[in-house]
Write a protein that binds this ligand. Structure first.
Ligand code: ATP
Ligand code: MG
Length: 577
């Protein structure tokens, strides 16, 4: 293609709402445009990149026996009612009515519709395992659409659903998909980590991993061990209880006046006692009950773990009035003593603590020497706290490190959650009816493109990894007015495309500086400059965008040299195995 003809309007000024680099650069390079909050148009350059990622995803899914199909985006509410998610999914589900007043949703994910399909047409164990996938737009009315393609309300996802005879079958399929994901993200040139994760709204209880691209702009926090390969989303990361001070004798409880001293920091400062000797008591509400939750003073509650433990749909901190009603004092003076019949959920770590300090459930008062087990008995003690960098690894003697991650994919063992709710059964070898065992596996295609830019850019623009670059090379005649230069450039451009290198030619009557700037911004991996040296000495300059390496090559060799670089880099991106 000629750059003069490509519809890729570059921007000098970027809207202030573009905060992350991928969003800024894709707007500037004319790859995307916003249509509405969280809804984007892919312009030709942007769409070429999307298609490259899709092709990699498709190859790897097909390699594992996946069969591509296309499910409807518009889904009848009845199916969502069968699974129970019509009410559970909440405001993120785009809902609409047809002219007859019937309810539909725009698919945010497709477990219901695919389970319904398979249930209707698969009867025998001989048809299993079955791996079906699609690559399609998804719709989620996100609370905070932001960061361009990173969190859209319309976005492109690959979703595969697997149907197996039993858990062993699911394990095999899950492992295949896990492996395919490693291959896909490696081929896309990403630095990533699979991490243990929380299942969230998709549900299922058999385990799940997220694939996280490591980047400071990532919305997710992950921890990973400096010694073994344990890695987890902090939502899920298991805590190791600190040893505590069980060797200390239990002292007598004592009330202490703490006027206006409310927060952990204030109490710790006021009493000159480290915050890890304190207990923090917070009152939470779910749709069904009010509970008191206790962690060590310097820890934070992990609300995801807590919500999973409580099995609730909603969870929020109680308001001031409720705290007052339950504890008899304003927030800041809550403690575990004398809370009546509400449940007390304690982090397991606090059971190892002696002579702690807590709120007294009385205005301006705290208690000294409160001993869990002696002075109060939690209804339940479990791992409900957030894990932080520097803590012990739950698997080995290593130390946990923290990083930010962009979730580009997730694999789930769903088990029989959907097949049970929707009645997806098959007849086994003995003619016995059994539930299919399911898994689901998503990749955010558009988010993967954004994540790649987060990892691959410099001050001048994007640096595409070869396998997903919109074009491999740009040929730049320094002056298009020089007929000879233009001719040579066109020759090289033509040969490149003939031998399978995706090349463009910058035929615009612009200063070379302008063309180089645009080439850097768009991120072509290779740039071929055809100037006076080409005309006089038959030499062109090939510049490698990522390394900055420049090499001079004979005009006649240029196409082959470039072809080799492209082929080598694509081959290098292929994982071994
Ligand atoms: P998140 O926690 O980021 O909201 P999720 O866990 O809800 O994502 P999944 O249901 O696991 O997402 O969807 C599969 C993949 O789709 C995700 O791993 C992510 O790459 C992508 N994805 C999810 N939501 C969005 C979105 N709003 N915009 C772009 N991509 C998304
Ligand atoms: Mg997810």
């Amino acid at each position: 293609m000629k750059i003069s003809e490509i519809f890729a309007p570059t921007l000098r000024e970027v809207p202030a709402e573009a905060e992350v680099i991928s969003h800024i650069l894709m707007l500037r390079a004319g790859m995307i445009r916003k249509a509405a909050s969280g809804v984007y148009t892919f312009l030709p350059l942007g769409y070429r990149i999307i298609k490259k990622v899709i092709e990699i995803v498709r190859e790897e899914m097909d390699n594992k026996g996946g069969q591509e199909l296309m499910l409807p985006i518009i889904q009848p509410a009845e199916l969502w009612m069968q699974s129970g998610r019509w009410h559970v999914y909440g405001d993120e589900l785009f809902r609409l009515k047809d002219r007859h007043g019937r309810d539909f949703s725009l698919g945010p994910t497709h477990e219901e519709i695919i389970t319904d399909l398979v249930k209707g047409d698969v009867r025998s164990y001989k048809q299993l395992p079955l791996l079906l996938y699609q690559i399609q737009n998804k719709y989620r009315d996100e609370r905070r659409p932001r960061f361009g393609l990173m969190r859209g309300r319309e976005f492109i996802m690959k979703d595969l659903y697997s149907f197996d005879k039993d858990n062993e079958g699911l394990d095999v399929t899950y492992h295949k998909m896990y492996d395919a994901y490693i291959r896909i993200f490696t081929r896309c040139g990403l630095r990533f980590r699979p991490v243990e994760a929380d299942p969230g709204a998709i549900g299922g209880s058999g385990g799940t991993h997220e694939f996280m691209v490591v980047a400071d702009s990532g919305e997710a926090a992950i921890v990973y061990c400096d010694t073994c390969n344990y890695a987890a989303n902090v939502e899920k990361a298991e805590s190791v209880p600190a040893p505590g001070n069980t060797d200390e004798n239990m002292k007598e409880m004592q009330e202490i006046s703490t006027p206006g001293v409310k927060t952990i920091d204030e109490v710790s400062g006021f009493l000159s006692i480290a915050s890890d000797k304190l207990l923090k008591t917070l009152i939470y509400r779910t749709e069904a009950e009010t509970v008191a939750v206790i962690v060590r003073g310097d820890r934070e509650i992990n609300e995801i773990k807590l919500q999973n433990l409580l099995g609730s749909l909603q969870l929020e901190m109680a308001d001031e009035r409720t705290v007052q009603e339950i504890t008899g004092a304003a927030p800041g003076f809550s403690g575990p003593l004398g809370l009546g019949d509400i449940r007390i959920i304690a982090d397991k770590e606090i059971m190892q603590m002696r002579n702690t300090i807590t709120g007294a459930n009385k205005m301006d008062t705290h208690m000294l020497n409160v001993n869990p087990g002696r002075d109060f008995e939690p209804s339940q003690s479990a791992d409900i706290r957030l894990v932080r960098e520097g803590e012990k690894c739950p698997r080995c003697q290593g130390i946990l490190m923290e990083a930010r991650g962009i979730e580009v994919g997730q694999v789930f063992k769903l088990g029989t959650k959907y097949s049970e709710a929707m009645g997806a059964r098959y007849l086994d070898e003995n003619g016995k009816e059994k539930l299919m065992v399911m898994g689901c596996y998503g990749i955010g295609v558009s988010r993967t493109v954004a994540a790649s830019i987060e990892q691959n850019h410099d001050k001048d623009g994007i640096i595409w990894p070869m396998p997903i670059a919109p074009f491999h090379a740009v040929v730049v005649p320094v002056s298009v007015k020089d007929k000879k230069q233009l001719e040579l450039a066109q020759q090289i451009y033509k040969s490149l495309n003939e031998i399978g290198v995706e090349a463009v030619i910058d035929d615009r009557n612009e200063r070379p500086g302008v063309k180089f700037k645009d080439a850097d911004l768009i991120g072509f991996p290779l740039r071929v400059v055809v100037g006076t040296k080409a005309v006089e000495e038959g030499i062109v300059e090939i510049k490698h965008r990522r390394t900055g390496d420049v090499r001079n090559t004979a005009v006649t060799d240029a196409a082959l040299v470039i072809h080799k670089i492209v082929a080598d880099e694509i081959a290098e991106s292929m994982p071994i195995s």
